[in-house]
Ligand binder design. Structure first.
Ligand SMILES: O=C1O[C@H](COP(=O)(O)O)[C@@H](O)[C@H](O)[C@H]1O
Length: 239
């Protein structure tokens, strides 16, 4: 599919590049600029990132930015309920690739807390996030080809509650049948209200998925990413 075939909703900005490295640098520039501006006005700023394979070059580029990282709270939009030494731990991914270089002094708020299941650890996760200021400042989302973002999966029994605009909880357990591991995710209200939101994608398959998502913006429960395709969103994509 050609990028010119993609008709994004009004107010959604396309920031497409030729390579993942180019897009990662552009995204890191945009995030660093936003955080630096925010830190002039507030004592602490927040940065919510996603896991998976796409963000790696972005994490590396952002870790080189000379910011007052000691005043930045970093957390994940979602996490698998696995220990940090597990190969799919997003926490480890962030610690190894983002919280280094200039970014080493940032405070990391972990969505993985003690407990055999996310349900068991949920109260501890809420306690970890208790003094996080809302609205969130920067949110970087990814997307799966089933239309999930964060761990808002179409087949998660918890989805309706987590996507409810009146949801009072900042985090939810997610147990989609399609996934091998149970998960924990930020819910729609805090994600919806972030001041700067980017969707970071790599690959033709993601472009096809995005095209499918924009074709019917109302069916949010089929593809939760649809809820985020609203004015202000910036889509960073490369082949
Ligand atoms: O499961 C997940 O997948 C998406 C996308 O991952 P990628 O490997 O295709 O980049 C990610 O955004 C989400 O945080 C993660 O839990």
């Amino acid at each position: 599919m050609k990028t010119s075939d993609l008709q994004l909703p009004e107010g959604v900005r396309a920031r497409f590049g030729e390579t993942p490295e180019e897009v990662a640098l552009n995204l890191a520039d945009a995030v660093a600029e936003f955080l630096a501006r925010r830190l002039k006005d507030v004592p602490r700023a927040s940065l919510v990132v996603s896991g998976g394979s796409t963000p790696l070059p972005f994490f590396k580029a952002l870790s080189d930015k000379d910011l007052e990282w000691g005043r930045v709270d970093v957390l994940l939009a979602d996490e698998r309920w696995v220990e940090e030494d597990h190969p799919t731990s997003n926490t480890r991914l962030v610690k190894d690739n983002l919280l280094r270089n200039h970014a080493a002094p940032a405070r990391f708020l972990s969505l993985k807390q003690p407990g055999a299941t996310p349900a068991e650890g949920l109260e501890a996760v809420k306690a970890e996030l208790a003094d996080l200021a809302l609205p969130l400042d920067v949110l970087i989302l990814g997307m799966g080809n089933d239309g999930h973002t964060a761990s808002l999966f179409p087949d998660a029994p918890e989805l309706a509650c987590a996507m409810n605009p009146e949801c009072q909880e900042i985090v939810s357990v997610a147990t989609p049948a399609s996934q091998p591991q149970k998960r924990i995710t930020l819910t729609w209200p805090p994600l919806r209200d972030a001041r700067f939101t980017a969707l970071h994608l790599k690959g033709e398959d993601k472009l096809d998925t995005l095209k499918k998502a924009v074709s019917d913006l109302d069916s949010v429960m089929e593809m939760p990413i649809r809820a985020f395709l609203k004015p202000g969103l910036q889509v960073f994509w490369s082949p």
